[in-house]
Design a protein around this ligand. Structure first.
Ligand code: ATP
Ligand code: MG
Length: 395
C-alpha cells in the first residue's frame, strides 16, 4: 500500500464562472466537511480547482464511502503528497510501482504549475525510466493496468494510482429550494435524491390522514426523510393533516374521481406551503403511466390547479430503474415496509384514468374545500430531521 496521506477532490470543469464558481466551491467545501464531520483528525484546504484533505491516519475506506455521496465532486483520489521536485516525484512513483503486482503501467502527469522546470512528458519519461530499469513492469500507454497520476502544483505534488468517480451533479443547496411531496413509497425518496443532485435544497411535505393512517406510517416517512437528508445535511418535513379533506372528497365524489381530487388538493396545499417557505418549485416522484393518477390526462388535470413549476425527476424512469436507485441510496427496504398511506387507505376500485378539469371542478364546488385547506395549513407541523435520526428516534 502506497503511503497515501492526502485526499485530493476534483470538481471538474465548471461551466459557472466568477462568483458562481466561488459559491460552488464554498458550498462544496462546507458539504464535504459536514459529510466527514465524524473524522476529527482531518485537515482541510480549498484551492481554486481542488479541495485537499490531510488524512492524519483516519480510515480510508470509511472516508471513501462518505465522499462518494457528496454531490458536486467529479472524482477524488487518495494521494501521496510530496514536495514539487523531480527526485521526490520520481521516488513516489517508484514506490507505488514497486509495491504493485501489476504488469503494465503508464505515468500521467498534469502540470497545474507551469513554472515547474520540466514539461509533463519529461516528467513522465523521467519517472517511467526509473521504473522500467528497476522493475519488471512494462509501459502500456493505451490500457495500462496501473495508471500513476502525477499532479504538479506550485509547492506540492500529488501522486496516486487510483481515481474514484464522485457522485457528480452540483453541491446540494446551491440552486435554491424545492418542496417535494414525500410519501412513504419507493419513488419520492429517489426523487429527493435526484433533486438534491441538481444542487437543490429539498424540503418535504407529507399528507397523513390519522387515525386512518398510523403513527408508524408517519414515522416511516420521517425515517426516509432522515435517510436522504444525509445528502444535504438536514431536511424540513412539513406534516399536513389531510383527514377532513379526504373524508369530504369521498363523501361528495365517491370512487372514480377520489384520487384525482385528492391529488388536486395535495397540490393546492403544496403550492401554499411552497410560497410560505420560499420554495420556487414543487417536486414529486411521479412517473408517466405508472398508475391511474399518472396518465398524461391525470397529470394535466392535477397540475392545472397550481401555477408553480412542478419538477418530476422520475417522469421517464421505469419502475426497475427507480428500484435500482432506491437500493443504491439505501431507502428501498424502508419504503417497502407495509404501512398504509393516505392514498392506499381509501383505495378506489375504479380510478378514472382520463379525468377532466370540468368534472373535477364540478365535484369541488360541492364542498368548501378552501376552508378545509386553510384549516390544514393552520394545523401544519414541521419536523426537522437530520441523518443522525434513525428509526429508533421516531418509532
Ligand atoms: P411513491 O412511491 O413516491 O409513493 P407512487 O408510485 O406510489 O409514488 P402515488 O402514490 O400516485 O405514486 O404518488 C405519486 C407522487 O405523489 C409521489 O411520488 C409523491 O411525490 C406524491 N404523494 C403521494 N402520496 C403522498 C403523501 N401521502 N404525502 C405526500 N406526497 C405524496
Ligand atoms: Mg405512493
Amino acid at each position: 500500500m502506497a503511503d497515501y496521506d492526502t485526499v485530493l477532490i476534483r470538481f471538474g470543469e465548471l461551466s459557472t464562472k466568477g462568483k458562481n464558481r466561488k459559491d460552488f466551491i464554498n458550498r462544496l467545501y462546507g458539504n464535504v466537511k459536514y459529510m466527514l464531520r465524524d473524522f476529527e483528525k482531518l485537515e482541510y484546504r480549498k484551492a481554486y480547482d481542488r479541495i485537499y484533505i490531510r488524512l492524519n491516519g483516519e480510515d480510508h475506506d470509511a472516508i471513501r464511502e462518505k465522499l462518494q455521496k457528496v454531490f458536486g465532486i467529479s472524482s477524488f483520489s487518495f494521494t501521496e503528497k510530496v514536495p514539487s521536485d523531480i527526485d521526490s516525484i520520481s521516488d513516489a512513483c517508484f514506490r507505488i510501482a514497486s509495491q504493485s503486482n501489476k504488469k503494465t503501467f503508464k505515468i500521467i502527469t498534469k502540470r497545474h504549475d507551469k513554472t515547474f522546470p520540466m514539461r509533463s512528458d519529461e516528467i513522465n519519461r523521467a519517472c517511467a525510466g526509473r521504473i522500467l530499469r528497476n522493475t519488471e513492469l512494462k509501459v502500456d500507454v493505451h490500457e495500462p493496468e496501473l495508471a500513476i497520476r502525477v499532479e504538479v502544483h506550485r509547492d506540492d505534488t500529488y501522486i496516486t494510482s487510483e481515481k474514484i468517480p464522485g457522485a457528480g451533479g452540483y453541491p446540494a443547496g446551491i440552486n435554491g429550494k424545492v418542496l417535494l411531496l414525500l410519501s412513504g413509497g419507493i419513488d419520492s425518496p429517489v426523487a429527493a435524491y435526484q433533486l438534491m443532485k441538481r444542487g437543490l435544497q429539498v424540503e418535504a411535505i407529507h399528507f397523513a390522514s390519522p387515525p386512518y393512517t398510523s403513527e408508524a406510517a408517519k414515522n416511516k416517512v420521517l425515517t426516509l426523510a432522515s435517510m436522504v437528508s444525509e445528502y444535504q445535511g438536514h431536511m424540513h418535513v412539513h406534516m399536513i393533516n389531510f383527514t377532513d379533506l379526504q373524508l369530504n372528497i369521498y363523501k361528495t365524489a365517491g370512487d372514480p374521481y377520489a384520487v384525482t381530487l385528492m391529488r388536486r388538493m395535495m397540490f393546492r396545499l403544496a403550492e401554499r406551503t411552497a410560497e410560505k417557505y420560499d420554495c420556487l418549485a414543487l417536486g414529486t416522484g411521479e412517473s408517466i403511466g405508472q398508475v391511474a393518477s399518472q396518465t398524461l390526462e391525470s397529470v394535466a388535470c392535477i397540475n392545472s390547479v397550481v401555477r408553480i413549476p412542478v419538477i418530476r425527476p422520475l417522469v421517464c424512469y421505469d419502475k426497475v430503474e427507480i428500484i435500482d436507485l432506491a437500493r443504491k441510496i439505501g431507502t428501498y427496504e424502508t419504503s417497502i415496509l407495509p404501512f398504509e398511506d393516505c392514498c392506499t387507505i381509501f383505495d378506489p376500485k375504479n380510478p378514472v384514468t382520463k379525468p377532466t378539469v370540468e368534472k373535477s371542478e364540478y365535484f369541488e364546488k360541492m364542498f368548501d374545500y378552501e376552508k378545509l385547506i386553510d384549516e390544514a395549513m393552520n394545523a401544519m407541523e414541521t419536523v426537522i430531521v437530520t441523518p443522525e435520526k434513525n428509526d429508533e428516534d421516531f418509532l
